[in-house]
Design a protein around this ligand. Sequence first.
Ligand code: HEM
Length: 491
Amino acid sequence: MAQLAFFWVSFARPFARFCGHMPAGSDPIPRAHAPLAQGFVWTALAAALSAGFGAAALLALLLGFELPLADWWLPLVQVHGFAQAFGWLGLFIMGVSLYFVPRFSGTPLRWPALQQAIWVLTGAAMLGRLTGQLWLSGEPGNGAGAGVLGLAGLAGGLAVLCYLLLLASALRRAPRHQAITQVKPFLLTALCGWLLAGALGTGAALRAALRGEALLEAPWHRLSLDLFAALVLLPVAFAFSLRTFPLYLRLAPARWPVRPFALFYLAACALDFLPPLLWPGATGLTVQGLGKALKGGALLVFVWNLDLLLRRKLPWTAEQELPSQPRRFHPPTRPGMPDYGEFGHFERLLQAAYLCLALAGLLELWNGIAALRGTDPPWVPDALRHLYLAGFGTLLLLGMAPRMIPGFVGRRRVAHPWLVDLSGGLGLAAALSRVAPVALAPFLPEAYPALATWSSYLFGVSGGLGWLAVACLALNLGATLAAPRAGEKAA
Ligand code: HEM
């Protein structure tokens, strides 16, 4: 009976309402905002510590120290990419957006219970991909392994559909004048990105399952992950940075044409992704070069306008008269910041993340210009992909999670601010040691072979460093949640 009720609340009722089979009024919109579904946070951390950074640690160690690679190596690479993008970054994005967007738009989530279904299904997809792909790598054609992989593909696709249903309903009902309007084009881009990346990922997993193969078709699998980075991660990060950084970092409010910029960014991405599919060959590559150059330029324009790195503009507080601080109860706030240091130096992680994004923009622009001139792009896709995902995405998350999650769950601070700094240092070291050896490999002078060897060892430890960074975040969030809520006395 309980399962039936869960199914009704989670799937059947929203679906019936969405398709118009349930009369309006039979499913009233909740009046209060839903609390954060903590399952998103814990499943994201579990995905990162196992198939994400856990697998990365193993993969990099084998590659960097030139140890033998087994049959499961390539399938594990694919599982790692999927778990990092859709699990680690994706689940955080889902959880935070389902918390924030209804609050920005002033309309509570229509079916809050659906949130549980989303993180459970995504967690099942991670587990299924890991088990199914590794099983099939040992026994190609094994029916049970193929079944697990197929079910994992379906679970991932269904999770994305449920998320889209929930978020689209919140966005559709958002009044025009609300704080969401300026960043809405980014959120709509992200909805399209989820749909495309999710559909491609599901399709590729189902196809591999039907063939009984451990490996998904590489071009479609990679396209799904690259679409996730360009159309989900970046637009969502842009939207949340514009809305929250003035509050968290006292940046100036966005007074530049954000909506036209969002359309320009989308057009640049279309030029980057579509031409090789529409016109394979030289023409497609040249038009793609134009897309890459425009996208790289757009990223640099965004970083410049956000003003996090250079701080050229006056903070929004310069225009306000703030009440004097209650010195009896608190120490003074940090210079230029609204907090007392109770979230660690999270701003350094955000700056490091945007530095990675600026670098990615520069390299993308460089590659684009090279393609337009008909020469080979100097920067390899793997280095750029990790600059976006391990550099920008992961550092942003390692900085934003300790700043936001305590407030979402009624705590005023993180349990250990020093762990935020430690995870930041480890995360930055992981990103640099993951990206630099691959990006710089073609440029290392052959006269010094020791440089190549040490660079390879650096790569070999990068996954372990990333794992430690996430472990610090998990420990810190666990201890923060174990602390009493603001206003409650410890037992
Ligand atoms: C710093 C730690 C990391 C290490 C050591 C690492 C290691 C690797 C390795 C060895 C590969 C295979 C590259 C190849 O095909 O030659 C790979 C691919 C990939 N990684 Fe990472 N990675 C790390 C972090 C991340 C993060 C944080 C993300 C995303 C949030 C990510 C997403 C991906 C993706 C999407 C692929 C492509 C998968 C595929 O081609 O099937 N990685 N990574």
